[in-house]
Write a protein that binds this ligand. Structure first.
Ligand code: MRU
Length: 406
């Protein structure tokens, strides 16, 4: 069975399009799909992190509106009114979470598509809606293809540019492990994953001996989701708490080829916002001489944001830090109803940023679907011109620099 965070069925003779998301708050204990019928459902699912991960958020938002339009739009309006309606619904969805650029990027591109469609005098509202739905559906397909290319590019780079990779290429007894944080796999994307996609590609090429998944407090995307994916796909994996990363790097220095992480927004200079804890891993990797790589599609590179200082970091509720939620363990085996357990002193102040920014100078390479970008010798920053050179004007449109409030 393939892990699928997003189940979408296009409209057909059997009925209108439908969308279901895997409720990731219930993973790994229960597999429950939740129907998303309109933008309010989509907004809530993203905000509550039932669906999460930069690419998945953008795709679910786009498909949410496709489903809503397919079931509620009666076509009575003009093409211009249909365009305005679509843009207004997209702008609403965009405010669900602020840090990942993919959502704002998708909203910008989809808005442009409907604006262009509506500008033709021969177009009616149905045609505008049709263009929108086709573009939203393409996102789902394109994301999987991009992730597979990221996986292949990253695996190749690791085999050619890391000590463990080069040794492994000539000596099958050499161990090669990768450390990662958060969840960047099938659950965070339309399928395959970004950083986890590179791990998958190394495993498929029989070059990976072990993946280390960091727990990723406070939301535990590592222990709940990445560990689940790795076990599901029979990839040898070890779960560590975030505080064990330094020790494992010190002990396994020669076997850990790289730390590979995903990204929510890569600024124009390469500074990268990703799950809280990523920055600490980059500092540790530099200290231990372990390569530190970011894996992300080009849609995550935000050339309108100059550096990490300009990235808005989402802050979430304190209870995510002071409480742990999960099903009770039944002594005879299995799991009972979910319960919440307090793990902190009552009344203590909490700071809960969902992401941090890793400066470009700590990053050795950014793995994209069109190749791995490295810094020019002596430079502290990245230059992404080469990976955007092949894009059509439409694809390469500059994204909005900020995604608005929560
Ligand atoms: C391919 S997912 C890339 C990032 O979105 C991922 O690393 C991450 O930080 C996800 O954070 P989350 O808060 O779970 O949405």
């Amino acid at each position: 069975m393939v892990l699928q965070a997003i189940k979408y069925t296009p409209a057909s003779g059997d009925g209108p399009a439908s969308l279901e998301i895997l409720d990731q708050l219930q993973i790994p204990h229960r597999t429950v799909y939740e129907p998303i019928k309109n933008c309010e459902d989509g907004f809530k699912a993203i905000k509550q992190m039932k669906v999460r991960g930069a690419p998945a958020i953008a795709i679910v938002a786009a498909l949410t509106l496709a489903v809503e339009l397919g079931t509620t739009y009666d076509g009575a309006q003009s093409a211009a009114e249909a365009k305005d309606h679509i843009i207004q619904r997209l702008e609403y969805l965009k405010t669900s979470r602020p840090t990942a650029v993919n959502l704002g990027d998708a909203v910008g591109k989809l808005s442009k598509i409907v604006t262009t469609a509506a500008s033709s005098s021969a177009t009616d509202s149905q045609a505008v809606v049709k263009e929108y739905i086709a573009a939203a559906e393409r996102m789902l397909v394109d994301d999987v293809a991009d992730n597979k290319a990221i996986g292949a590019n990253g695996a190749k780079w690791i085999m050619e540019n890391t000590e463990a990779g080069k040794s492994r290429a000539s000596n099958a007894a050499q161990e090669l492990s990768i450390l990662t944080i958060c969840n960047t796999g099938s659950l965070a994307t339309a399928g395959y994953g970004t950083a986890l996609g590179v791990i998958r590609s190394l495993h498929n090429a029989q070059c990976l001996t072990r993946a280390y998944a960091s727990e990723t407090r406070p939301y535990n995307q590592g222990s709940r989701l990445t560990a689940y994916e790795l076990v599901h796909d029979n990839i040898p994996a070890t779960l560590i708490t975030d505080s064990m990363a330094g020790s494992i790097m010190a002990r396994e220095r020669s076997n850990i080829a790289a730390v590979i992480v995903g990204a929510d927004r890569v600024a124009a200079n390469g500074d990268t916002a990703n799950k809280i804890g990523t920055y600490s891993l980059a500092v540790l990797a530099r200290h231990h001489g372990v390569k530190f790589l970011v894996a992300a599609p080009r849609t995550t590179v935000d050339r309108a944001t100059a550096s990490g200082e300009d990235i808005v970091i989402e802050e979430r509720a304190g209870h995510e830090v002071t409480q742990v939620r999960g099903p009770q363990v039944i002594p005879e085996g299995g799991f009972g109803e979910p319960a919440t357990v307090s793990t902190a002193a009552i009344g203590v102040d909490v700071w809960n940023p969902a992401f941090d920014v890793t400066p470009a100078n700590l990053i050795d390479g950014i793995i994209t679907e069109v190749g791995v970008v490295e810094k020019a010798s002596g430079s502290l920053n990245f230059n992404f011109d080469s990976i955007f050179a092949s894009m059509t004007k439409e694809e390469a449109d500059i994204k909005p620099s900020s995604i608005g409030g929560m």
